[in-house]
Design a protein around this ligand. Structure first.
Ligand code: FES
Ligand code: FES
Length: 171
């Protein structure tokens, strides 16, 4: 089947077997190997991507089912090639990753949380990442990274809001 998927802001086309999972299509047909293959049956969260901004397990979806939705993979969150965004930066600073296998899924899950809740409590963060397994870190530094990213995003958003208010005042 021919599909045209909206991935990271671009329309990507491919001719796929209808039974091909979104996970396999992203990795094999679109070269987006940041989406990890872990358990491949919906348990570990390594394959998490955002579908219309909400975390989804790419191993549980057929690629053809994702037609018509906005798909974001880890490759789509950095501001520019070679740069890191606020959440990625925070993970590096707190050593929120070791082998890195769970990291793309964790970061995308954190993005979705921070987009809907700019003031997450520790409990909110733990709940949000509860479907993403990490074998290495013990989770503490991941939670710390998301807290740090939330703090920084609040500062950035407040500065942007103040900037807009000043512009409006100046007319
Ligand atoms: S690879 Fe999809 S949940 Fe584990
Ligand atoms: S950093 Fe290794 S699984 Fe999370």
């Amino acid at each position: 089947m021919k599909v045209a998927l909206n991935i990271n802001g671009e329309t990507r086309t491919a001719d796929l077997e209808p039974r091909k999972t979104l996970l396999d299509a992203l990795r094999e047909d679109f070269g987006l190997v940041g989406t990890r293959a872990g358990c491949e049956h919906g348990v570990c969260g390594a394959c998490s991507v955002l579908i219309d901004g909400a975390p989804a397990r790419a191993c549980l979806l057929f690629a053809v089912q994702a037609d018509g939705y906005v798909i974001t993979t880890i490759e789509g969150v950095a501001p520019a090639p070679g740069e890191l965004n606020v959440v990625q930066d925070a993970f590096c600073e707190t050593h929120g990753l070791q082998c890195g296998y769970c990291t793309p899924g964790m970061i995308l899950t954190a993005h979705a949380l921070l987009a809907r809740n700019p003031h997450p409590t520790r409990h909110d963060i733990v709940q949000a990442i509860s479907g993403n397994l990490c074998r290495c870190t013990g989770y503490g530094q991941i939670v710390e990274a998301i807290e740090r990213a939330a703090e920084r995003l609040r500062v950035v958003n407040a500065q942007e809001a103040a900037g807009h208010a000043n512009e409006e005042e100046r007319g």
